[in-house]
Design a protein around this ligand. Sequence first.
Ligand SMILES: O=C1O[C@H](COP(=O)(O)O)[C@@H](O)[C@H](O)[C@H]1O
Length: 251
Amino acid sequence: MSRPEVVVHRDGELLAAATAARLVTSLVDAQAARGSASLVLTGGRTGIAVLEHLRATPARDAVDWSRVDLYWGDERFLPSGHPERNETQAREALLDHVPVPAGRVHVMEPSDGRFGDDPEAAAAAYADVLAAAGPDGSVPSFDVCLLGVGEEGHVASIFPGSPAVRERERPVVAVRDCPKPPPTRVSLTLPAIRAAREVWLITTGAAKAAAVATGLTDEDEVRLPAAGARGLRRTLWLLDTAAAAEVPATP
Ligand SMILES: O=C1O[C@H](COP(=O)(O)O)[C@@H](O)[C@H](O)[C@H]1O
């Protein structure tokens, strides 16, 4: 598992623009190396801002969108098209504007979907989606897994002290009684996130500074889930100055 690296940008706008540029390069490189690229999307303000910048940059056309598989790290378990669904926001920010085939957009089921109001069934179905895509029924080695970071150190919908953060077997779980609304969600687990080649934790603002500083240590992931989000090859914390304020200076 990789050790965390930190990149700090002046402010949130620049962070989102620079991360979008970094994504273009990573997706193009993955396609050159392996034929297609796989990307796990995140919700949250910064994650969606990255997609908006990706939409706006002419360099987005360097990516062959017909060979990109898109997944989600978590989803708010709400009806299809609900404005608070991470899927809805990602579609508006980017996916409706690039020629990615519908069959490569791997959404987590909504609460009015195939399984009705059953997030456990939606989570199990998403585990099947991952198993069908990965080697020998295991989770795919995503090229990049994007994650936002909550003030209390949550990533995806894995909250401190929750059953989700203790999950060791299943790659996807239903999350109930979330401290952040909406209360019901579907989320990848830390073992699934750790299957990614690269994990990028992206966050901004002073309110995240303490979680960022602790997340960079070997803190117990049950107390601070972000500390357990590491990529096989690379773990990158992409921050603005305010979020990086409590990170110890490095040479
Ligand atoms: O609810 C969620 O929040 C987190 C963090 O969001 P932010 O707005 O504080 O950046 C996000 O990572 C997660 O995907 C989302 O469902």
